[in-house]
Design a protein around this ligand. Structure first.
Ligand SMILES: [Cu+2]
Length: 164
């Protein structure tokens, strides 16, 4: 009987574990895809930006709300529609100017998400371009400006750090 009970508990734990492992996992995919869009804009590659933004749209739609901690859930719900809206516009365009306009707004929402929800285990840097008067998020402190690309690559500064 005891053995059976233990077996049941072990089975129960191994059943539950994937759910815990997922916690925050799907939100970290959003950050990864956002970085993909950012890197494409840094490179001045509008086609790659469009493709990565398409992945971001999917990631935003695929978040398992039930697996999120309460605070993460509340924060995500507050930005979900705008994230999807701006990501969709970037994905449906190959005009890099238009993509960068939406990226500025997308980055505002991502900043709210990064500050109010756990998006993984790495620090997130908020960086600011005084010429564009817009921010973006990056996994590295070194400035690589997504708003102007090669013509103004290192214009900007770190304005906030979100520690995991
Ligand atoms: Cu648009």
């Amino acid at each position: 009987m005891k053995k059976l009970l233990i077996a049941a508990i072990v089975a129960g734990i191994s059943f539950i574990q994937p759910v815990f492992a997922q916690e925050g996992g799907s939100l970290s995919v959003i950050l990864t895809d956002y970085y993909g869009v950012k890197d494409a804009l840094v490179a001045g590659d509008s086609k790659a930006a469009s493709a990565k933004a398409g992945e971001l749209v999917k990631a935003v739609g695929a978040v398992d709300m039930k697996a999120l901690a309460a605070k993460d859930h509340t924060t995500f719900v507050s930005v979900q529609e705008k994230l999807a809206f701006h990501a969709r516009h970037i994905s449906e365009s190959t005009d890099i100017g238009h993509q960068r306009e939406h990226f500025a707004d997308l980055s505002k929402e991502m900043s709210v998400l990064a500050k109010g929800a756990r998006l993984g285990s790495e620090p997130i840097y908020e960086e600011y371009c005084p010429m564009k008067k817009a921010s973006w998020l990056s996994g590295e402190q070194a400035i690589k400006n997504p708003y102007y690309g090669s013509s103004m690559l290192t214009c900007g500064k770190v304005t906030a750090t979100v520690k995991p």
